[in-house]
Ligand binder design. Sequence first.
Ligand code: UD1
Length: 322
Amino acid sequence: MSNETWLITGGAGYIGTHIADEFIRAGKSVILYDSLYQGLEPRITYLRAHHKTEIPFIKADIRDYNEIEGAIRKYKVDGIVHTAALKAVGESMEKSDEYFQVNLEATNELIEIAKRNSVKKFIFSSTAAVYGSPDTMDPCTEDGPKAPISPYGDSKFQAEAKVTAFINTPGNFGTSLRFFNVVGTAAPQLLDNSVENLVPIVLGKLNKGQAPEIFGTDYPTADGTCVRDYVDVRDIARAHLAAADATSALPPAMNIGTGRGASVREIIDLVLQATNKSDTEVIQSPRRAGDPAFLCADVSLAKSAMGFTSKYSLEESIRSLF
Ligand code: UD1
Protein backbone atom coordinates (compact mmCIF):
# COMPACT_ATOMS: atom_id res chain seq x y z
CA MET A 1 0.00 0.00 0.00
CA SER A 2 2.88 2.35 0.65
CA ASN A 3 3.72 2.76 -3.04
CA GLU A 4 0.23 3.92 -4.00
CA THR A 5 -0.42 7.18 -5.82
CA TRP A 6 -3.01 9.49 -4.25
CA LEU A 7 -4.54 12.59 -5.76
CA ILE A 8 -5.18 15.22 -3.09
CA THR A 9 -7.68 17.89 -4.10
CA GLY A 10 -7.26 21.09 -2.14
CA GLY A 11 -3.65 19.99 -2.20
CA ALA A 12 -2.23 23.45 -1.46
CA GLY A 13 -4.59 23.95 1.48
CA TYR A 14 -3.88 23.90 5.19
CA ILE A 15 -5.36 20.43 5.60
CA GLY A 16 -4.42 19.07 2.15
CA THR A 17 -0.72 19.83 2.59
CA HIS A 18 -0.68 18.20 6.04
CA ILE A 19 -2.21 15.06 4.54
CA ALA A 20 0.38 15.15 1.73
CA ASP A 21 3.15 15.50 4.33
CA GLU A 22 1.90 12.41 6.20
CA PHE A 23 1.35 10.32 3.04
CA ILE A 24 4.82 11.12 1.64
CA ARG A 25 6.38 10.16 4.97
CA ALA A 26 4.54 6.83 4.72
CA GLY A 27 6.03 6.20 1.27
CA LYS A 28 3.05 7.13 -0.91
CA SER A 29 3.24 9.30 -4.02
CA VAL A 30 0.98 12.32 -4.00
CA ILE A 31 -0.36 14.51 -6.81
CA LEU A 32 -1.62 17.87 -5.58
CA TYR A 33 -4.57 19.62 -7.25
CA ASP A 34 -5.63 23.12 -6.17
CA SER A 35 -7.07 26.28 -7.73
CA LEU A 36 -5.01 28.46 -5.34
CA TYR A 37 -8.25 30.33 -4.56
CA GLN A 38 -7.51 29.66 -0.90
CA GLY A 39 -4.49 27.35 -1.21
CA LEU A 40 -0.91 28.63 -1.13
CA GLU A 41 1.81 27.42 -3.50
CA PRO A 42 4.65 28.13 -0.98
CA ARG A 43 3.25 25.29 1.12
CA ILE A 44 4.02 22.91 -1.77
CA THR A 45 7.46 24.46 -2.21
CA TYR A 46 8.04 23.71 1.47
CA LEU A 47 6.89 20.07 1.11
CA ARG A 48 9.16 19.52 -1.90
CA ALA A 49 12.20 20.85 -0.03
CA HIS A 50 11.31 19.10 3.23
CA HIS A 51 10.90 15.68 1.62
CA LYS A 52 13.52 16.28 -1.10
CA THR A 53 11.12 15.02 -3.72
CA GLU A 54 9.36 16.33 -6.80
CA ILE A 55 5.63 16.65 -6.12
CA PRO A 56 3.42 17.13 -9.17
CA PHE A 57 1.06 20.10 -8.76
CA ILE A 58 -1.89 20.92 -11.00
CA LYS A 59 -3.32 24.41 -10.65
CA ALA A 60 -6.96 24.13 -11.66
CA ASP A 61 -10.47 24.53 -10.31
CA ILE A 62 -12.23 21.50 -8.86
CA ARG A 63 -14.98 22.16 -11.45
CA ASP A 64 -12.50 21.80 -14.32
CA TYR A 65 -13.43 18.18 -14.94
CA ASN A 66 -11.24 17.66 -18.03
CA GLU A 67 -8.19 18.80 -16.14
CA ILE A 68 -8.90 16.52 -13.20
CA GLU A 69 -9.64 13.49 -15.38
CA GLY A 70 -6.42 14.16 -17.31
CA ALA A 71 -4.43 14.21 -14.06
CA ILE A 72 -6.00 10.97 -12.83
CA ARG A 73 -5.11 9.24 -16.12
CA LYS A 74 -1.64 10.72 -16.44
CA TYR A 75 -0.54 9.72 -12.96
CA LYS A 76 -2.48 6.42 -12.72
CA VAL A 77 -4.08 7.44 -9.48
CA ASP A 78 -5.04 4.68 -6.99
CA GLY A 79 -6.97 6.83 -4.54
CA ILE A 80 -8.42 10.30 -4.04
CA VAL A 81 -8.40 12.40 -0.88
CA HIS A 82 -10.99 15.08 -1.58
CA THR A 83 -10.45 18.16 0.59
CA ALA A 84 -11.15 20.87 -2.01
CA ALA A 85 -14.15 22.89 -0.84
CA LEU A 86 -15.55 26.25 0.09
CA LYS A 87 -15.59 26.32 3.87
CA ALA A 88 -16.70 29.65 5.28
CA VAL A 89 -19.93 29.01 7.15
CA GLY A 90 -21.05 32.67 7.15
CA GLU A 91 -20.27 33.16 3.44
CA SER A 92 -22.24 30.01 2.60
CA MET A 93 -25.43 31.76 3.78
CA GLU A 94 -25.00 34.42 1.07
CA LYS A 95 -23.57 32.20 -1.68
CA SER A 96 -25.41 28.96 -1.19
CA ASP A 97 -25.57 28.13 -4.94
CA GLU A 98 -21.82 28.33 -5.23
CA TYR A 99 -21.35 26.22 -2.10
CA PHE A 100 -23.58 23.47 -3.49
CA GLN A 101 -21.81 23.66 -6.86
CA VAL A 102 -18.31 23.36 -5.39
CA ASN A 103 -18.96 21.12 -2.39
CA LEU A 104 -21.72 18.85 -3.70
CA GLU A 105 -21.85 18.86 -7.52
CA ALA A 106 -18.08 18.79 -7.95
CA THR A 107 -17.80 15.93 -5.45
CA ASN A 108 -20.41 14.04 -7.43
CA GLU A 109 -18.53 14.67 -10.70
CA LEU A 110 -15.25 13.66 -9.12
CA ILE A 111 -16.81 10.37 -8.06
CA GLU A 112 -18.07 9.78 -11.62
CA ILE A 113 -14.55 10.45 -12.93
CA ALA A 114 -13.14 8.04 -10.33
CA LYS A 115 -15.57 5.34 -11.47
CA ARG A 116 -14.75 5.86 -15.18
CA ASN A 117 -11.05 5.52 -14.44
CA SER A 118 -11.17 2.57 -12.04
CA VAL A 119 -10.06 4.59 -9.02
CA LYS A 120 -11.22 2.43 -6.13
CA LYS A 121 -10.40 4.51 -3.07
CA PHE A 122 -12.03 7.76 -1.99
CA ILE A 123 -11.61 9.63 1.31
CA PHE A 124 -13.83 12.67 1.73
CA SER A 125 -13.30 15.68 4.03
CA SER A 126 -16.54 16.22 5.88
CA THR A 127 -17.27 18.28 8.95
CA ALA A 128 -18.91 18.44 12.36
CA ALA A 129 -21.20 21.02 10.72
CA VAL A 130 -23.35 18.06 9.56
CA TYR A 131 -24.56 17.87 13.18
CA GLY A 132 -25.78 21.47 13.08
CA SER A 133 -26.42 23.05 16.44
CA PRO A 134 -27.31 20.25 18.86
CA ASP A 135 -29.05 21.34 22.05
CA THR A 136 -27.52 18.57 24.15
CA MET A 137 -24.22 18.37 26.02
CA ASP A 138 -23.53 14.85 24.74
CA PRO A 139 -20.69 14.07 22.34
CA CYS A 140 -21.94 13.58 18.75
CA THR A 141 -22.10 10.01 17.50
CA GLU A 142 -22.03 9.31 13.78
CA ASP A 143 -25.48 7.76 13.72
CA GLY A 144 -27.03 10.53 15.88
CA PRO A 145 -29.16 13.38 14.48
CA LYS A 146 -27.77 15.27 11.48
CA ALA A 147 -29.31 18.71 11.09
CA PRO A 148 -26.93 21.10 9.31
CA ILE A 149 -27.92 24.73 9.79
CA SER A 150 -25.77 26.26 7.01
CA PRO A 151 -25.49 25.62 3.26
CA TYR A 152 -21.87 24.72 4.04
CA GLY A 153 -22.88 21.91 6.42
CA ASP A 154 -25.75 20.83 4.19
CA SER A 155 -23.57 20.67 1.04
CA LYS A 156 -21.05 18.49 2.91
CA PHE A 157 -23.79 16.27 4.35
CA GLN A 158 -25.34 15.69 0.92
CA ALA A 159 -21.92 15.03 -0.59
CA GLU A 160 -21.30 12.37 2.05
CA ALA A 161 -24.26 10.44 0.63
CA LYS A 162 -22.59 10.38 -2.82
CA VAL A 163 -19.37 9.10 -1.27
CA THR A 164 -21.29 6.43 0.64
CA ALA A 165 -22.94 5.23 -2.59
CA PHE A 166 -19.47 4.98 -4.19
CA ILE A 167 -17.88 3.04 -1.34
CA ASN A 168 -20.86 0.69 -1.11
CA THR A 169 -20.07 -0.56 -4.61
CA PRO A 170 -18.19 -3.85 -4.29
CA GLY A 171 -14.47 -3.39 -4.84
CA ASN A 172 -14.53 0.25 -3.78
CA PHE A 173 -13.16 1.56 -0.52
CA GLY A 174 -13.17 4.72 1.55
CA THR A 175 -15.05 6.90 4.00
CA SER A 176 -16.06 10.44 4.95
CA LEU A 177 -14.12 11.94 7.84
CA ARG A 178 -16.00 14.53 9.89
CA PHE A 179 -13.43 17.00 11.21
CA PHE A 180 -14.17 18.93 14.39
CA ASN A 181 -12.27 22.20 15.07
CA VAL A 182 -8.86 21.87 13.44
CA VAL A 183 -5.82 23.60 15.02
CA GLY A 184 -2.02 23.43 15.02
CA THR A 185 0.59 23.00 12.32
CA ALA A 186 3.47 20.69 11.39
CA ALA A 187 5.60 23.63 10.26
CA PRO A 188 5.33 27.44 10.10
CA GLN A 189 5.16 27.15 6.29
CA LEU A 190 1.93 25.13 6.52
CA LEU A 191 0.00 27.44 8.89
CA ASP A 192 -3.75 27.98 8.55
CA ASN A 193 -4.21 31.24 6.61
CA SER A 194 -7.98 31.38 7.06
CA VAL A 195 -9.47 34.24 8.98
CA GLU A 196 -12.67 32.55 10.06
CA ASN A 197 -11.75 30.44 13.06
CA LEU A 198 -11.13 31.23 16.70
CA VAL A 199 -7.37 30.61 16.96
CA PRO A 200 -6.33 32.45 13.75
CA ILE A 201 -8.70 35.31 14.66
CA VAL A 202 -7.21 35.66 18.15
CA LEU A 203 -3.65 35.53 16.80
CA GLY A 204 -4.50 38.11 14.13
CA LYS A 205 -5.94 40.44 16.76
CA LEU A 206 -2.94 40.06 19.09
CA ASN A 207 -0.57 40.80 16.20
CA LYS A 208 -2.44 44.04 15.56
CA GLY A 209 -2.46 44.95 19.27
CA GLN A 210 -6.23 44.39 19.48
CA ALA A 211 -8.20 42.62 22.21
CA PRO A 212 -9.51 39.08 21.57
CA GLU A 213 -13.28 38.74 21.78
CA ILE A 214 -15.45 36.01 23.31
CA PHE A 215 -18.82 35.51 21.64
CA GLY A 216 -21.10 34.69 24.55
CA THR A 217 -20.25 34.15 28.21
CA ASP A 218 -23.70 32.97 29.36
CA TYR A 219 -23.78 29.46 27.90
CA PRO A 220 -24.69 26.54 30.20
CA THR A 221 -21.05 25.35 30.27
CA ALA A 222 -18.52 25.29 33.13
CA ASP A 223 -17.11 28.77 32.38
CA GLY A 224 -20.07 30.10 30.38
CA THR A 225 -18.29 30.03 27.00
CA CYS A 226 -18.80 27.61 24.10
CA VAL A 227 -17.07 24.24 24.21
CA ARG A 228 -15.58 22.62 21.08
CA ASP A 229 -13.39 19.65 20.23
CA TYR A 230 -10.09 21.09 18.95
CA VAL A 231 -8.13 18.47 17.01
CA ASP A 232 -4.59 18.90 15.70
CA VAL A 233 -4.19 19.05 11.93
CA ARG A 234 -1.41 16.46 12.25
CA ASP A 235 -3.96 14.12 13.80
CA ILE A 236 -6.33 14.87 10.92
CA ALA A 237 -3.51 13.80 8.57
CA ARG A 238 -2.85 10.64 10.63
CA ALA A 239 -6.54 9.77 10.43
CA HIS A 240 -6.37 9.96 6.63
CA LEU A 241 -3.37 7.65 6.57
CA ALA A 242 -5.16 5.20 8.86
CA ALA A 243 -8.17 5.28 6.53
CA ALA A 244 -6.02 4.89 3.40
CA ASP A 245 -4.19 1.90 4.89
CA ALA A 246 -7.18 0.20 6.54
CA THR A 247 -7.44 -3.40 5.45
CA SER A 248 -11.13 -3.95 6.14
CA ALA A 249 -14.19 -1.99 5.05
CA LEU A 250 -14.66 1.29 6.92
CA PRO A 251 -17.87 2.84 8.25
CA PRO A 252 -19.35 5.37 5.77
CA ALA A 253 -18.50 8.30 8.06
CA MET A 254 -16.32 8.81 11.14
CA ASN A 255 -15.79 11.67 13.57
CA ILE A 256 -12.22 12.91 13.80
CA GLY A 257 -11.70 14.74 17.05
CA THR A 258 -10.07 14.21 20.41
CA GLY A 259 -13.18 13.41 22.45
CA ARG A 260 -12.20 16.25 24.82
CA GLY A 261 -13.90 19.61 24.99
CA ALA A 262 -12.18 22.97 25.48
CA SER A 263 -13.92 26.29 26.06
CA VAL A 264 -13.36 29.52 24.15
CA ARG A 265 -11.96 31.04 27.35
CA GLU A 266 -9.49 28.15 27.78
CA ILE A 267 -8.32 28.50 24.18
CA ILE A 268 -7.83 32.26 24.47
CA ASP A 269 -5.94 31.78 27.77
CA LEU A 270 -3.63 29.20 26.14
CA VAL A 271 -2.90 31.54 23.23
CA LEU A 272 -2.24 34.46 25.60
CA GLN A 273 0.12 32.31 27.68
CA ALA A 274 1.97 31.10 24.60
CA THR A 275 2.46 34.69 23.45
CA ASN A 276 3.36 36.01 26.93
CA LYS A 277 0.35 38.32 26.79
CA SER A 278 -1.67 36.95 29.71
CA ASP A 279 -2.47 40.44 30.95
CA THR A 280 -4.25 41.34 27.68
CA GLU A 281 -7.84 42.49 28.05
CA VAL A 282 -10.44 40.05 26.63
CA ILE A 283 -13.71 41.53 25.37
CA GLN A 284 -16.93 39.73 26.34
CA SER A 285 -19.42 40.11 23.50
CA PRO A 286 -22.95 38.77 22.99
CA ARG A 287 -23.53 35.30 21.57
CA ARG A 288 -22.93 34.74 17.85
CA ALA A 289 -26.05 33.45 16.08
CA GLY A 290 -26.11 29.70 15.40
CA ASP A 291 -23.38 28.66 17.84
CA PRO A 292 -24.16 25.53 19.87
CA ALA A 293 -22.98 25.65 23.50
CA PHE A 294 -21.26 22.29 23.14
CA LEU A 295 -19.97 20.40 20.09
CA CYS A 296 -17.61 17.51 20.74
CA ALA A 297 -16.89 14.23 19.04
CA ASP A 298 -17.61 10.77 20.23
CA VAL A 299 -14.40 9.23 18.90
CA SER A 300 -15.06 5.57 19.59
CA LEU A 301 -15.94 4.62 16.01
CA ALA A 302 -12.64 5.79 14.44
CA LYS A 303 -10.82 3.89 17.19
CA SER A 304 -12.69 0.62 16.72
CA ALA A 305 -12.84 0.80 12.92
CA MET A 306 -9.26 1.85 12.11
CA GLY A 307 -7.40 2.05 15.42
CA PHE A 308 -7.22 5.84 15.26
CA THR A 309 -6.86 8.00 18.35
CA SER A 310 -5.61 11.57 18.47
CA LYS A 311 -2.08 12.04 19.75
CA TYR A 312 -1.48 15.78 20.17
CA SER A 313 -2.59 17.68 23.27
CA LEU A 314 -4.21 21.08 22.96
CA GLU A 315 -1.11 22.66 24.54
CA GLU A 316 1.09 21.02 21.87
CA SER A 317 -1.25 22.22 19.12
CA ILE A 318 -1.18 25.80 20.34
CA ARG A 319 2.60 25.71 20.91
CA SER A 320 3.12 24.43 17.36
CA LEU A 321 1.86 27.78 16.07
CA PHE A 322 4.85 29.70 17.44
C1 UD1 B 1 -17.49 26.54 12.50
C2 UD1 B 1 -18.53 25.69 11.91
C3 UD1 B 1 -17.97 24.36 11.56
C4 UD1 B 1 -16.79 24.49 10.66
C5 UD1 B 1 -15.79 25.34 11.37
C6 UD1 B 1 -14.59 25.53 10.51
C7 UD1 B 1 -20.76 26.20 12.83
C8 UD1 B 1 -21.77 25.83 13.84
N1 UD1 B 1 -19.61 25.52 12.86
O1 UD1 B 1 -17.17 25.97 13.75
O2 UD1 B 1 -18.92 23.59 10.92
O3 UD1 B 1 -16.26 23.23 10.38
O4 UD1 B 1 -16.37 26.60 11.66
O5 UD1 B 1 -14.86 26.35 9.43
O6 UD1 B 1 -20.96 27.08 12.04
N2 UD1 B 1 -15.35 32.54 18.82
C9 UD1 B 1 -15.18 33.59 19.71
N3 UD1 B 1 -14.46 34.68 19.28
C10 UD1 B 1 -13.94 34.78 18.03
C11 UD1 B 1 -14.14 33.70 17.13
C12 UD1 B 1 -14.86 32.60 17.57
O7 UD1 B 1 -15.64 33.56 20.85
O8 UD1 B 1 -13.32 35.80 17.72
C13 UD1 B 1 -16.05 31.34 19.30
C14 UD1 B 1 -17.24 30.92 18.49
O9 UD1 B 1 -18.39 31.60 18.93
C15 UD1 B 1 -17.28 29.42 18.78
C16 UD1 B 1 -15.81 29.05 18.96
O10 UD1 B 1 -15.14 30.27 19.20
O11 UD1 B 1 -17.96 29.19 19.97
C17 UD1 B 1 -15.20 28.39 17.75
O12 UD1 B 1 -15.52 29.18 16.62
P1 UD1 B 1 -15.00 28.84 15.16
O13 UD1 B 1 -13.55 28.69 15.17
O14 UD1 B 1 -15.62 29.86 14.25
O15 UD1 B 1 -15.59 27.41 14.86
P2 UD1 B 1 -17.06 26.83 15.01
O16 UD1 B 1 -18.07 27.90 14.98
O17 UD1 B 1 -17.07 25.90 16.18
